[in-house]
Design a protein around this ligand. Sequence first.
Ligand SMILES: C[S@@+](CC[C@H](N)C(=O)[O-])C[C@H]1O[C@@H](n2cnc3c(N)ncnc32)[C@H](O)[C@@H]1O
Length: 268
Amino acid sequence: MTGEPDDVDAMVEPVVPSRHRWLAGLLAAAPGDRVADLGCGTGGSLAQAAPSVAGGLLAGLDLSAAALARTAEAVGEAVAGLAPRPGLLWVQADLKAPLPLADGAFDRVLCHNVLEVLPDPDALVAEAIRVLRPGGRLVLAHSDFDTLIFASEDLELTRRLVRDYCDTQQPWMDAVDGTIGRRLADIAGRAGLVVEDVQAAVVLGRRFLPGEIGWGYARNLADTLSGDGRADPAELDRWLAGLQRLDDRGAFLFSVNDYAVICGRMPR
Ligand SMILES: C[S@@+](CC[C@H](N)C(=O)[O-])C[C@H]1O[C@@H](n2cnc3c(N)ncnc32)[C@H](O)[C@@H]1O
């Protein structure tokens, strides 16, 4: 991180429940399981996993205190009424360093949309394996940002903006690797994990409104590329106004592909 303000909305995508349901489903956690989300953001995935883990443990790790506060709120709501109530653990931690978690402490570990911002993603995967119990499950998931789709009035401009956005390191990132989604199976394989399945899901948004996924990505793209000097602010304003016009006539569409590898840790 570069000392930028703890701006959660710049770092974490708006929550799309179906996306996090998909990720939680891949974890396949059961009552009593201990689940960790590495780089949990605002807790979208842990909130979806919560109903499965009565009596277990939900742990969210993130560098951002503001994101962890939102996770605590979202997961708190999701576990209300669950019996027995799972334990909750929120840890402010830098995922570039060894995880402050014991060996084999978790049955299920998730990491979604974090690896691309780390200078050494393999080191975090090694740590994820260390904290997973033998026979446990690790889900590595990532968007591939070359697959960002915006319906727009200017196809060539949109293509150029998306390509530049995919490759631009934002102030809160320690690195950038926007196409890491397509290489997750390779990363898991070289870490010695057993890759049990590889899946893809399309995250779709039909509205260009605050709080919507397409709005979040378009605004982040514009802020990123103007902040980095890679696009002309007037051109970005024109592009955003065009997205708004499409929304006004019901023609806005956004999507991005998410990829997930479902991995097992070999029993010792
Ligand atoms: C794109 S968000 C993804 C959040 C969440 N996994 C999700 O799917 O919604 C990336 C998250 O990684 C966190 N992050 C980035 N670099 C980090 C680091 N070095 N250590 C810990 N967390 C980090 C950010 O604070 C942010 O919450």
